[in-house]
Design a protein around this ligand. Sequence first.
Ligand SMILES: [Zn+2]
Length: 323
Amino acid sequence: MNGKDKIDNDRSGALVTEDSSLPRCPIKGCTETSWYADAQDIEYHTSDRTYSFYKCQRCDVLFIVPMLWDRLGEIYPKTYYSYAPKKGDVVPRQRSAHRRLVKLLASIPGDRLSVLDIGGGSGWMLDQVKCCSARVSFTQCIDLDESAQAQAAAHGHAYHLGRIEEFEADRRFDLVLGLGLIEHVRDPALVLRRIEGLLADHGRALIMTPNFDALDARLFRHYSWVGYHTPRHFVLFNRQSFTELAEQSGLSVVSFSYIRAPSYWSGSVLGVMRRLGLIEISAQRPMWYHPLHPILRASFAAFEFARTPFARLSHMVFTLGRR
Ligand SMILES: [Zn+2]
């Protein structure tokens, strides 16, 4: 019996259950959870398995079941885009971040700034950060990718091979980047508390994460919405639920904006086309390499651009400070 058999009635958002067979929320262990959607890995096809997303009615977050936090080698394929940042059209964080970084760094006081990128791979974002301000004097990367260490070091970034949860720092950071990070971790509250502890008094954290209240998330809810990034996104937020968790973690939201993620649209559409038998996508050729992807992506970029002033878009960017 899957979650759908147990409960299929949370569209109103009002259902509260204390069924002990339901999975507990990973934020606070809440028992008031309900089935939300089933989804498969339509991007990389790391397996044929169907995963379920549940919603915590208290925390207003989605979380995946099962959460394979101890099997990262299976759920992150070799072709994973984070390992290949030159495939720029599938990494929304690359382009959107530059102007934001210049403005953000200008707002942080100090002659010498230290910057930490959590999950920063080989440090390509830190390379950009260095270009954004001459005051950046120390850069540190934390990542689980062993193969990225040498490249990060060659570019002058300190590198910690491991998880943020176990990272011991002998300094505090003026800027902490967590771009596409918090939705990948098993315990987002713990990671936010760690970020708070690593921030200098006037420091800022820049967090980017998907928004499960976006239009594409709603339309493709039952069609393996790409923002689920099944099974690699463990916990998903909306604006309010992330704000509340940040505040409970000792942080305050200094600024907020939505960001377009046209790849979520194009990928979700490609997933539906594959389901209908119209195109072929496989582990050997992930959807991001399909020739239709750039065409669809450009179309949805225009659509998203047109509705940007009015809409709750697919990505959220929070600038956080210490409370
Ligand atoms: Zn909860």
